[in-house]
Structures are given as C-alpha cells and as structure tokens.
Design a protein around this ligand. Structure first.
Ligand SMILES: O=C(O)CCC(=O)C(=O)O
Ligand SMILES: [Fe+2]
Length: 210
C-alpha cells in the first residue's frame, strides 16, 4: 500500500455509488498535529445536537498550516482546479461527536445544476460505532482516511459513537458543476455510473454519465 501523503498514490476501497475512500490520506504526523489543534479548538465549537459539536473553520481563532496543506491536497486529488467554490451551507468544518452522538439520516442541499461534493477526513474514530452510512450501507473507514461522496444525492447518516474516544472529523464541502465526476483512481474506477440517485439527476449529469 502506498501513502498518498507521500505524494504517490493511495489504496482505494472500491465502493458503489459515487463514493471513494482514500486510505492514509494524511500521515501520522499530520494526524497528530490536526488532533492537537482540534483539541485546542474544542472550547470554540458549538453544540449541534446530542453529543455533537462543530464549527466552521473560518470561525476558529487559529488554523494550522497543515490544514491548508491537506485541503489543497484533496482539492488536487479530486481535480477541483485552482478556483474552488465552497459549499455555502456547511462549508468546511471541524466536527466532534461524543458517546451516543450520531448523525441522523438526511440528504443535503445543492443549488440546481450543482453537485455537492463532500470530503470527510477521519482524524479520530471511536472504540466502536461512528462509521459513516450511505444509502444504509456502513462504510468501513479507518483513521486518516478521506471519504468523498455527494450528500445531495445519497441519503446518509452515521452510526452512534460508543465509548470514551470521540469521533473527530474535518469536513470539506464544495459545489461542483453538474458534470463533475469523482476521479478515477489507480486501481480501477470507484465511480458507479449506473447507480440510481436518491434524487433526480440534472440532465447535464445524466448525459455526462451516459
Ligand atoms: O459526519 C458524517 O459522517 C456525515 C456528516 C454529513 O452529514 C455530511 O458529510 O454531509
Ligand atoms: Fe450530510
């Protein structure tokens, strides 16, 4: 397995339905730095439902250099180009979920003609639970992995967190054109072009996939 943080490539977990998991997206050293920062930022996070706290990155008093490095890395890997559009509702945020906290099943918004791309970086996972769920399928992520999907097209949720170890993620949301597709990775295509979305696809996307 090669390590994306070293700039080479990553092992992919191939999943159906426009979902990519990139393992070892960040190094252990990057994970440690980001977790130390996340811990320092905890007093600045806002309650967001039972056991859940989050804040948009731009509201936090400090942001480490490594955060920008990782963000630019993922924008590069996702082929987002140099001028990205941040998803306006949730944008880019830090989320901490404690024991018994969970994300209820939902579908997110996107303006007509856009795909909402969300890239969730798992900095820390609980002893049990806390896995993302997309279309009722549990996605087995590991710490330091990046999950990319389209939350305006797929119902999604997370398992409840169990135990004392918090679930800590960095989430990066983008608005992409309707024709945007997840990149093809080294070991086969993670893109399932025949999958059926939970919402009507725009004509542009449907023709891009035809
Ligand atoms: O924390 C998660 O696993 C999912 C958060 C969420 O709702 C999203 O990324 O759209
Ligand atoms: Fe969501």
């Amino acid at each position: 397995m090669t390590n994306l943080a070293s700039g080479i490539s990553s092992q992919n977990v191939l999943l159906p339905e426009d979902v990519i998991v990139l393992q070892e997206f960040i190094t252990h050293a990057e994970q440690e730095t980001l977790l130390r920062w996340a811990s320092d930022m905890e007093p600045e996070l806002r309650p967001n439902g039972r056991g859940r706290q989050y804040s948009k990155i731009e509201t936090l008093s400090t942001v480490p250099e490594i955060y920008q490095t990782v963000r630019l890395r993922l924008q590069d890997v996702m082929n987002l180009g140099s001028r990205v559009v941040q998803e306006p509702q949730f944008g880019w945020y830090l989320s901490v979920i404690r024991s018994a906290g969970a994300i209820h099943e939902h579908i997110d918004n996107a303006p007509i003609g856009c795909r909402h791309l969300r890239c969730n970086l798992f900095l820390q996972l609980p002893a049990a639970g806390g896995m993302p769920i997309i279309k009722r399928q549990i996605i087995g992520v590991t710490e330091r992995s990046l999950l990319a999907f389209f939350p305006n097209e797929r119902r999604h949720a997370s398992e409840a967190v169990a135990g004392d170890r918090d679930r800590i993620i960095l989430s990066f949301g983008y608005l992409a054109p309707a024709t945007f597709l997840l990149p093809e990775m080294d070991h086969g295509s993670p893109i399932c072009i025949n999958s059926v979305s939970d919402v009507a696809l725009t004509a542009d996307l449907a023709s891009a996939r035809a």
